[in-house]
Write a protein that binds this ligand. Structure first.
Ligand code: ZN
Length: 184
């Protein structure tokens, strides 16, 4: 997911983020066997996702299908957590990345909010999506430990956007007021 106000096309050409139209984005991604989380293959996917996300100008989250890997993993940047705290001036690479493996949203608020969303796989397109204001998510981290955390605001929106990716759902399926911002 990306933040509209920071949109720029300045991704380096070494990053291979697949774009809409690639069928991998529409697959239901495979569960990662817990015993394989520490395997070289899964650790490499996580490292590649993190590198890809750091190389984007404005990405705050990325799901494995977006780098062509149909497994249930996504990464969320700490940047989304600090979105509302003014003055948090950090360079992109200072933000920590959190890996969520086999994530499940186990609780979500009835109260919803509507915010503009964009996606690294659909450059230049934005739309307003209704999401739960708060969610609780359960997952494994990159060490294979079970984690559960609550989230609200932008971080909650991000978690819902990324879980959707693992089920083959893109934000444009849910968005209203879709609009294309020209990139020059
Ligand atoms: Zn996305």
């Amino acid at each position: 997911m990306i933040r509209e106000e920071l949109y720029s096309k300045a991704m380096t050409d070494t990053v291979k983020i697949v774009t809409e139209g690639n069928p991998v984005l529409r697959n239901v991604a495979a569960t990662v066997p817990v015993g394989e989380i520490q395997s070289e293959r899964i650790q490499k996917i996580i490292a590649d996702m993190s590198a890809a996300l750091y190389k984007t100008e404005d990405g705050i989250g990325i799901a494995a299908p977006q780098i062509g890997e149909s497994v249930r993993i996504f990464i969320a940047s700490e940047e989304a957590l600090e979105h509302d705290s003014a003055g948090a001036e950090k360079s992109k690479t200072d933000w920590r990345h959190f890996a969520f493996i086999n994530p499940e949203i186990v609780n979500q608020s009835k109260k919803q909010l509507e915010d503009p969303e964009g996606c690294l796989s659909i450059p230049g397109v934005y739309g307003t999506v209704q999401r739960s204001e708060k969610v609780k998510i359960r997952a494994y981290n990159e060490k294979g430990e079970k984690v559960e955390r609550g989230a609200s605001g932008l971080f909650a929106i991000l978690l819902q956007h990324e879980v959707d990716h693992l089920n083959g759902i893109l934000f444009i399926d849910k968005a209203e007021n879709l609009r294309k911002i020209s990139v020059d």
